[in-house]
Design a protein around this ligand. Structure first.
Ligand code: GDP
Length: 193
């Protein structure tokens, strides 16, 4: 099962931001976490979202319309990329915050976390921020194919404990499509809730 997605708008600055009149599910995560790969995997396409081997390339908010389900999947800029300037990082942070705060159509935030990497303060900051907005958080542990069974279970337990108020984390791999159906179901439930 795939999700039909169509890129509708891209916003690079706060002035360009728009708040469509439909439910929105935001996708957040550190640069290189596998966000573009996940969008392409959900859509069953290869090049809908850019995949870069150079982290920190996606600097815009991209609005993907799911025309059949009537909601937007909103791709936020990857955060936590150390090699770009502080000013640039702050600019993206502000853009993310501007979009998330007071957004009455925000139905949930999917937080992508690399299943191999230990929890980072930037991830926890974002999770707490989403919590403070009283928006539902859906953690997705990416690149699950790179872990063995024991590592996967450890990652699952660790994140479940840290994000106890969130949805149970979903193990996901864009390579094997592990977790794809569970993720699609969880997203649709958020949209309908
Ligand atoms: P983004 O910066 O968050 O959009 O991350 P990308 O989707 O561009 O992925 C970053 C790198 O991780 C690329 O080299 C991808 O091929 C790789 N990658 C992403 N998802 C997976 C996955 O599920 N399994 C594996 N093995 N590699 C992945």
């Amino acid at each position: 099962m795939y999700l039909t997605l169509r890129l509708e708008t891209t916003s690079y600055t706060k002035d360009q931001l728009r708040f469509p009149d439909l439910p929105q599910i935001a996708l957040a995560g550190r640069s290189n976490v596998g966000k573009s790969s996940l969008i392409n995997s959900l859509a069953g396409q290869k090049k809908l979202a850019r995949i870069s081997s150079t982290p920190g390339k996606t600097r815009s908010i991209n609005f993907f319309l799911a025309p059949q389900e009537n909601f937007y999947l909103v791709d936020l800029p990857g955060y936590g990329y150390a090699r770009c300037s502080r000013v640039e990082r702050e600019k993206w942070g502000e853009l993310i915050q501007e979009y998330l705060q007071d957004n009455h159509h925000l139905a949930g935030v999917v937080l992508l976390l690399d299943s191999r990497i230990s929890p980072q303060s930037s991830d926890l900051d974002l999770a707490h921020y989403v919590d403070s907005l009283q928006t539902r958080l859906l953690p997705v542990l990416t690149k699950a194919d790179k872990c063995n069974q024991k590592q996967r279970q450890l990652a699952l337990k660790r994140w479940q404990k840290l994000l106890e108020r969130a949805h149970k984390p979903i193990l996901f791999s864009a390579r094997t499509r592990q977790g794809q159906q569970a993720l699609l179901e969880a997203i649709k439930n958020l949209v309908q809730a």
